[in-house]
Design a protein around this ligand. Structure first.
Ligand code: FRU
Length: 526
C-alpha cells in the first residue's frame, strides 16, 4: 500500500513536470529491486519478446500486465537500450484486441520490404506473436491460440496491427504458440519456429504473411516433463573451427533439472525446413542449471560486424513467479549474455556456453584484486567484503579461481550472510557439482518449492586437478554464476530479509586454495 501511494504520487509528478522527480528514483530503491537488471517500473512482467536491433537500439519487448503484479491479459511492454545494460522504458507497444491477448513472440526488420508495409524511410519492424483468446479457452475450445503480426515504421514507437490476422490460424492444437522468426539466407525465406505441446513446428514464408507448414521436431527428443514453449533457432560457429551448426533453444515448463521452468537446447543441422539433431538423441542439454532463467531467446538483426548471438531470459520460474515478495513490480530479466558453441575434442559433444556481455563492464567502479594464493579450511573463512577499508555493497561482481590440484576439499565456495537476521546464501562445488543453496537465504516461505532443496548441476562437471574460475554477479535479489568463462551457469533468485552484509570464501571439508580473488562494485543502471 505504502508503495502504491508512492507510485501514484511519482506518476502524477512525471505527468505534471518535465523535471525528473526524485521519487521515481526511490521507486527503484524498493528492497528487492535489482540494480543491474531490467525490471518494469511497476506491475507484472514475464518472457522477453520481440528482441530486435535497429539503428543503434536494442529493443526489448516483454510479456506485461499493466494492471496487477500477477499474470493477466498480456500486452507487450517495451524498452530500448544502446548497450543492453541501461534501459529507457517506453509506452506499451501492443494491446489485447478481438483476436486475443498478446502472448510471446519475436520481431524482425523486413529489410527487403517483403511485406509491402514500408511507407517512408524505415524498413518495417515486424512483430510476430501469439494471440490467446481467453473467451475461447474458457468456453472449452482448443483452437484459441493463433499467430498474428503487427508492424512499426517509426523504430518501434508506434504499431499497426495487420488487418489480415491471424496469419496462421489454429488447426485444432491446444498449445500453439511463441513464434520466433528468422530470415533463412540459403533458401531466401522467412522461417517461423514455434512450440506446439511436445514439439516444435517449422513454417516458411516469402513475406511474413503467407505461411506454409514444413515439419515437426522433437516428439522423441529432449526433455518432456512439461509443455514446450518459446523456441529459438540460430547458427553458431564452433569455437576454434571454421564450421557452423544450428542451435535450437526450447524452454520447458515444468521439467527443468532443478524443477519447474528451464531451457534446453539441441545442436544440429537445419536446411530451412527440417531440423536434425547431431547430438546423441538421449542427451538433454540445459542452457542454465539454476531455477531462474526461463523463456530466453536471442536478438534478431545484430549487425554482422558485431556477429554475437545475444541472449536474455526471464529471471523467474512459474513454480513461484507470481508470489515472490516484491511489492510494486514482479520479475526481472537476466543479465544479457552472448552464446558460444564448443565441441569437446574427446567426446565430440557440443555444448552451448553463456557469457555475460562485455558491455556490463561499463557498470564497474571500485575493483580490488588479491594476487596471492590463500587457503581456507574447516576452521577459518576468508572475508572479501571488507578489504582495503572498503565495504562492498550489492550489487557487485566476484571473480575467484579455485585451484583444485592444491586442495583437499570436496565442499567449498562463496557465502553471503547477515549475522543479524541469520540469512545465509551459499554457492560453490560439492563433490564436483556446482550448487546454489538458498534454503536459508531469507524470505523463502512464500512458496514451498522456492527453497526446498539445494540446486545442483546434473552431473559432475569439474575434476579434482583442475582450476575452476567463478564469475558471479550478485544483485539485491539474484545471483548469476558463470563457471570457467561460461562453460556452465546458474541463475537464481534470493530475498534476504535485510540484505547480506558479509561475503566470504569457505570450505566445509578439508582445505581449498584460491587466488585472483577480485571484487568489483557495480553501479546501478537506473
Ligand atoms: C512462457 C509463456 C509462453 C506464453 C507466455 C504467456 O512463460 O507461458 O508460452 O506465450 O508465457 O504470458
Amino acid at each position: 500500500m505504502k508503495y502504491g501511494l508512492l507510485l501514484l504520487f511519482a506518476l502524477t509528478l512525471i505527468s505534471c513536470s518535465k523535471e525528473q522527480p526524485a521519487l521515481v528514483f526511490e521507486l527503484q530503491e524498493e528492497q528487492y529491486r535489482p540494480q543491474i537488471h531490467f525490471t518494469p517500473e511497476a506491475n507484472w512482467m514475464n518472457d522477453p519478446n520481440g528482441m530486435v536491433y535497429y539503428e543503434g537500439e536494442y529493443h526489448l519487448f516483454y510479456q506485461y500486465y499493466p494492471d496487477s503484479t500477477v499474470w493477466g491479459p498480456m500486452h507487450w511492454g517495451h524498452a530500448v537500450s544502446k548497450d543492453m545494460v541501461t534501459w529507457e522504458r517506453l509506452p506499451i507497444a501492443l494491446y489485447p484486441d478481438s483476436l486475443g491477448d498478446i502472448f510471446s513472440g519475436s520481431a524482425v526488420i523486413d529489410w527487403n520490404n517483403t511485406t509491402g508495409f514500408q511507407d517512408g524511410e524505415h524498413p518495417p519492424m515486424v512483430a510476430i506473436f501469439t494471440q490467446h483468446l481467453m473467451e475461447g479457452e474458457r468456453s472449452g475450445r482448443i483452437d484459441f491460440q493463433t499467430q498474428g503480426i503487427a508492424y512499426s515504421l517509426d523504430k518501434g514507437r508506434t504499431w499497426t496491427v495487420y488487418d489480415g490476422n491471424p496469419v496462421i490460424p489454429n488447426p485444432g492444437i491446444k498449445d500453439f504458440r511463441d513464434p520466433k522468426v528468422i530470415w533463412h539466407e540459403e533458401s531466401e525465406k522467412w522461417v517461423m519456429v514455434f512450440a506446439a505441446g511436445d514439439r516444435i513446428k517449422f513454417y516458411t514464408s516469402p513475406n511474413l504473411i503467407d505461411w506454409q507448414f514444413e515439419s515437426d521436431y522433437g516428439m522423441e527428443e529432449g526433455a518432456h516433463g512439461g509443455v514446450w514453449e518459446c523456441p529459438d533457432i540460430f547458427k553458431l560457429r564452433i569455437e576454434g573451427e571454421d564450421r557452423e551448426k544450428w542451435v535450437l533453444l526450447v524452454s520447458i515448463n515444468p521439467g527443468a533439472p532443478n524443477g519447474g521452468s528451464g531451457t534446453q537446447y539441441f545442436v544440429g543441422d537445419f536446411d530451412g525446413k527440417t531440423f536434425t539433431n547431431s547430438q546423441y538423441p538421449e542427451r538433454t542439454s540445459w542452457l542454465d542449471y539454476g531455477r531462474d532463467n526461463y523463456a530466453g531467446v536471442t536478438w534478431s538483426d545484430i549487425p554482422e560486424e558485431d556477429g554475437r548471438r545475444l541472449f536474455i531470459g526471464w529471471m523467474s520460474n512459474w513454480d513461484y513467479a507470481q508470489v515472490v515478495p516484491t511489492e510494486e513490480w514482479r520479475s526481472a530479466m537476466t543479465l544479457p549474455r552472448s552464446l558460444h558453441l564448443k565441441r569437446n575434442d574427446q567426446t565430440g559433444v557440443y555444448s552451448v556456453e553463456s557469457r555475460p556481455v562485455k558491455e556490463l563492464e561499463s557498470l564497474e567502479s571500485d575493483k580490488i584484486e588479491m594476487k596471492y594464493n590463500a587457503k581456507v579450511g574447516k576452521n577459518n573463512v576468508y572475508r572479501f567484503d571488507q578489504r582495503n577499508d572498503k565495504q562492498f555493497q550489492l550489487p557487485y561482481k566476484l571473480e575467484v579461481t579455485f585451484d583444485l590440484s592444491e586442495s583437499s576439499s570436496k565442499y567449498f565456495g562463496v557465502r553471503l550472510d547477515n549475522p543479524e537476521t541469520g540469512d545465509v546464501y551459499e554457492l560453490g562445488f560439492k563433490d564436483g557439482r556446482l550448487f546454489s543453496d538458498r534454503t536459508k537465504s531469507g524470505n523463502t516461505d512464500f512458496e514451498e518449492r522456492f527453497a526446498k532443496e539445494i540446486h545442483y548441476t546434473q552431473t559432475r562437471n569439474i575434476s579434482d586437478d583442475q582450476k575452476v574460475e567463478l564469475e558471479v554477479f550478485f544483485d539485491h535479489s539474484s545471483v548469476e554464476i558463470f563457471v570457467n568463462k561460461g562453460e556452465f551457469s546458474m541463475t537464481e533468485l534470493y530475498f534476504p530479509k535485510q540484505g547480506y552484509m558479509r561475503g566470504m570464501i569457505f570450505s566445509k571439508e578439508g582445505e581449498v586454495t584460491f587466488n585472483g580473488l577480485t571484487t568489483t562494485s557495480l553501479k546501478s543502471i537506473w
